[in-house]
Design a protein around this ligand. Structure first.
Ligand code: 13P
Length: 247
């Protein structure tokens, strides 16, 4: 899976142009063999739905509330995302954990709400630079995962995105050994918490993935795809990342 997180970028015209360009590339005979999910800002979901879905590209939100409906000004429920045509939602992104004080417990409620609405949750976890330097990255990410995962759900409707906070938008990435070790750690923990066996969980890597480093990162054992921020705002750059999955 290669997922695009447009974050708070995109007005209607630019969003439409980008979606059309992606749909055109996907329709080409040599479309890559991976699931592609585009997560634009909420204002563009409905607008881009038809262009993306008609080309077999999935649509995702960037957050949802933990409740189904009610007095929560400014929030969006998982049912609303599903109603707009979303099949996926990014949850627990570090920018939301920081900007909105989202705790793992709150994220857990959101993942549960997403599953109730029939969405696939792309649950983000990742350590800070201080955690990495202190040697506690595995522990911190393990704790986030344990506290963010609801009882419901399994590898069919939950995807984990490992996004080290210090690698987001910085051009820096962990080395291959660090990424491989963390992905294995996440998979082991998920299997222990969920099924007690091999679950087929997909673990994506996110943080400064671009067309140049995607080949190396996506080739690391245990990396099942990418969650792409900045480079997903260009159809060509994003497509070159997806193209790693062959033609
Ligand atoms: P960048 O690819 O811009 O580093 O962002 C990663 C990210 O936060 C995706 O969710």
């Amino acid at each position: 899976m290669v997922a695009a997180n447009w974050k708070m970028n995109g007005l209607r015209r630019g969003g439409r142009d980008l979606a059309r360009a992606l749909a055109g590339l996907k329709r080409a005979a040599d479309a890559p063999a991976c699931d592609i999910v585009i997560c634009p800002p909420a204002t563009l979901l409905f607008e881009l739905r038809d262009a993306l879905q008609s080309a077999g590209i999935a649509l995702g939100g960037q957050d949802c509330h933990s409740e189904g409906m009610g007095a929560h000004t400014g929030d969006i429920s998982a049912d609303m995302l599903a109603d707009c045509g979303c099949s996926h939602v990014i949850l627990g992104h570090s920018e939301r954990r920081m900007d909105h004080g989202e705790t793992s417990k709150m994220v857990c409620g959101k993942v549960a709400a997403a599953l109730r609405a029939g969405l696939c949750a792309i649950l983000c976890v990742g350590e800070s630079e201080d955690d990495r330097e202190a040697g506690t990255a595995l522990e911190v990410v393990g704790e986030q995962l344990r506290n963010s995962l609801p009882e419901a759900g399994g590898s069919a409707d939950i995807v984990i995105a490992y996004e080290p906070v210090w690698a987001i938008g910085t051009g820096r990435t962990p080395n291959a050994g660090e990424i491989g070790e963390m992905h294995q750690h996440i998979r082991n923990l998920f299997d222990a918490l969920k099924t007690g066996g091999k679950s087929g969980l997909r673990v994506l890597y996110g943080g400064s993935v671009n067309a140049e480093n995607a080949g190396d990162i996506l080739s690391i054992a245990g990396v099942d795809g990418a969650l792409v921020g900045g480079a997903s705002l260009s159809a060509e750059k994003f497509w070159n990342i997806c193209a790693h999955y062959g033609r």
